[in-house]
Design a protein around this ligand. Structure first.
Ligand code: NAD
Length: 262
């Protein structure tokens, strides 16, 4: 066995949700470089068009669909359409996500529900829609984009932490329930990554910026490109016996107690 070949995604079809830009776009670029056909969705035509233009600029042929991951009927329709127009999905990456930074006692139940709906119900709906064809095919990879908030709590992110903690457990459950069909479900937990989602925290003089530099052993924000290698690994045959885990790509911050006096 040539070990490097086991990382190849040649002939595979990858669906990455919300991959018009940011982390999803970077992972999709890595999949394309590894040989996969790229399919993505986003919640409106404007985002999909922006994504299609960005892939074109990178010389990547990508298929884009308008679909909200919280809409079960819409997702089922999209998956049927993809199977028809592109083929059976080998790799699903549940990347679409939202965050609301609001102190818990000021958050409405409706706002809490919106985050849970996109970040937890969405991956459930998407996974449920692709698993039957993966079972028929005899293989499949599902990668859930979790967060350090799958492990930790912090001010203002109660709904996000609850959703991402739940997503970690959904990951384990899918691995437990469908591992026997040669389906591997793992998570990636990005640390603090410089994307539009974290733009407010990176504004000049924001205390969070200095906090990240001080607290991350790597002493920097992550970049979407930092997710590329881990995403390819978990989508490829190289990880066929890795199931139900979350790989944290966080510059070591989860493992680190903070700078101590020497
Ligand atoms: N940026 C970070 O530091 C960080 C850290 C940990 C985890 N994450 C997670 O990584 C993933 C990607 O993050 P990002 O920073 O690239 O986010 P982003 O906001 O830049 O991009 C998310 C994408 O998802 C799409 N989306 C949102 N709701 C949707 C819906 N209902 N249906 C379909 N598409 C929808 C958005 O339009 C957007 O294209 C998210 O799940 C996020 O929670 C990000």
């Amino acid at each position: 066995m040539n070990v490097m070949n086991s990382f190849s995604l040649e002939g595979k079809i990858a669906l990455i949700t919300g991959a018009s830009y940011g982390i999803g776009f970077a992972m999709a670029k890595a999949y394309a470089a590894a040989g996969a056909t790229i399919v993505f969705n986003d919640r409106n035509q404007e985002a999909v068009d922006k994504g299609l233009a960005a892939y074109k600029e990178e010389n990547i042929k990508a298929y884009g669909y308008v679909c909200d991951v919280t809409d079960e009927a819409g997702v089922e329709k999209m998956i049927a359409q993809i199977e028809d127009e592109v083929g059976v999905i080998d790799i699903l990456v549940n990347n679409a996500g939202i965050i609301k930074r609001i102190p818990m006692i000021e958050m409405t139940a409706e706002e809490f529900r919106q985050v849970i709906d996109v970040d937890l119900n969405g991956p459930f709906i998407m996974a449920k829609a692709v698993i039957p064809s993966m079972i028929k095919k005899g293989s499949g990879k599902i990668i859930n984009i979790c967060s350090m908030m799958s492990e930790l709590g912090r001010e203002t992110v109660s709904a996000y932490a609850a959703a991402k903690g739940g997503l970690k457990m959904l990951t384990r459950n899918i691995a437990s329930e469908y591992g026997e069909y040669n389906i591997q479900c793992n998570g990636i937990g990005p640390g603090y990554i410089a994307t539009p989602q974290t733009a407010p925290l990176r504004e000049e003089g924001h205390p969070f910026n200095s906090f990240i530099i001080a607290k991350t052993p790597a002493a920097r924000w992550g970049t979407p490109e930092d997710l590329m290698g881990p995403a390819v690994f978990l989508a490829s045959n190289a990880s066929d016996f890795v199931n139900g885990h979350v790989l944290y790509v966080d510059g070591g911050i989860l493992a680190y107690i903070g700078k101590q006096p020497k």
